[in-house]
Design a protein around this ligand. Structure first.
Ligand SMILES: [Zn+2]
Length: 405
């Protein structure tokens, strides 16, 4: 049976490439990034679903999230549910939107397909459709009920996509969820965990004066430098834990953004604003990190007592959900079929945070992130995908649909 499915997928290679070209010729950039949103691209996708004959037995529905900035006032996501032998569902969820820029006239060159969105997330989206098509062409019924979800607004944070949809009655605790939105060229990396994200925003107030008379004011730039240095040192000393499933295996605490202060060189600035971006191992409490940072702020404020310096701290916290278990059904099902298609042993690991799988993990629905992709080309102007990766992704998805673990 497996050979038959794999052969059917191979026969679809040209159609997979042509469908991806057709879809990626339609821009789907967020209105919050200067684009028109997903309307046109998702309508074309629905047309393709009908043309492939996938609509005959499937339930197809749109879900909308209001967005004042979108031309239609809302952002569309599309769901296709195709019945299988079991009522339990295998859900493959990809996103329709793309980042701005890049090539909107996709073209094939050598072994690669170039164009904005062909990799992120076309390399997951189109193969998921053709995996189902290959099963039907092989005359087989899928084991699981197949739920293909095509969602809006991943690239700007999912506020008009999965963040809202996950609160509706669309997913079930026993769904097996695969998000083909990250991976590597070998196809051996399965993401099951992520770090917590902590963002620290500091505002230091001093007193602005002429640079020739610093004694008459308080230099907010110097206080900010001191504060940033102390926070950097203290966090790296206090949280040294390592967890080998992550790369890098430790928590990261990075000073990142610094706002402009004064426009001229001979003025002592009276205000400084800067931020840290921290990716913290899930086993470390974000409250503990915050407590330490607050303590340092207080100490520096106290040491400058009498100078009128003020330090304000604003904190954004997104604690990581519990990792998806390596023993969960979806993880085992995926591993088995990667082995079969790619003839290699995949490894399980964690990333720095922010995948669509996190929304499912927050709801205790096990979700894994995997695909074989040209990872370095994602978000680049010359985004591309190796055509054989598209075929491999479709093969793995089709075998996952076909037979339960
Ligand atoms: Zn993506």
């Amino acid at each position: 049976m497996h050979e038959k499915i794999l052969t059917e997928v191979e026969k679809l290679e040209n159609q997979i490439v042509n469908t991806l070209i057709r879809l990626c010729s339609i821009p789907a950039v967020s209105p919050h990034n200067g684009g028109e949103g997903e309307d046109k691209k998702i309508q074309e996708l629905e047309k393709i679903i009908h043309e492939l004959g996938l609509a005959d037995k499937a339930k197809i529905k749109y879900e909308y999230v209001d967005d004042d900035k979108a031309p239609s006032g809302k952002r569309p996501s599309l769901f296709l549910e195709y019945p299988g032998k079991k009522s339990q569902r295998l859900c493959i969820l990809s996103h329709v939107d793309v980042v701005p820029g890049g090539n909107l006239k996709p073209f094939v060159q050598g072994s690669k397909l170039y164009g904005r969105g062909v990799c992120d997330n076309g390399a997951g989206l189109v193969p998921s459709l053709f995996a189902l098509k290959a099963l039907l062409n092989a005359g087989l019924e899928s084991e699981y009920t197949v739920l293909l979800a095509f969602v809006a607004d991943e690239e700007t944070g999912s506020h008009y996509g999965l963040e809202k949809l996950i609160e509706r009655d669309l997913f079930r605790p026993d769904d097996l969820v695969l998000v083909p939105d990250w991976g590597n060229e070998k196809g051996d990396f399965i993401e099951i965990a992520e770090k917590s994200v902590l963002r620290l925003h500091f505002k230091v107030t001093g007193k602005q004066v002429h640079a020739a008379y610093p004694n008459r004011g308080l230099n907010a730039c110097r206080v900010a430098n001191m504060l940033a240095y102390e926070v950097d040192e203290a966090l790296h000393k206090a949280f040294i834990e390592e967890n080998k499933i992550f790369e890098p295996p430790f928590s990261t605490f990075e000073p990142t953004r610094r706002f402009a202060n004064v426009p001229n060189v001979n003025t002592v600035p009276g205000e400084e604003n800067f931020s840290f971006d921290c990716r913290v191992l899930p086993e470390i409490s974000l409250d503990e990190v915050q407590d330490l940072v607050e303590k340092i702020c207080k100490e520096i404020e106290t040491s400058l007592d009498g100078w009128g310096s003020k330090i304000e701290l604003q904190v954004e916290k997104s604690p990581a959900p519990a990792p998806t278990s390596p023993d969960s059904e979806v993880t085992r099902l995926l591993i088995k079929n990667i082995r079969e298609v790619l003839k290699l042993e995949p490894f399980l690991g964690g990333v720095g945070g922010g995948t669509l799988a996190a929304f499912f993990r927050q709801k205790n629905i096990p979700a894994v992130v995997w695909s074989q992709v040209s990872e370095d080309s994602m978000h680049q102007p010359d985004e591309f995908i190796e055509i054989k990766f598209l075929v491999n992704n479709a093969k793995v998805f089709a075998l996952m649909m076909a037979e339960a673990i």
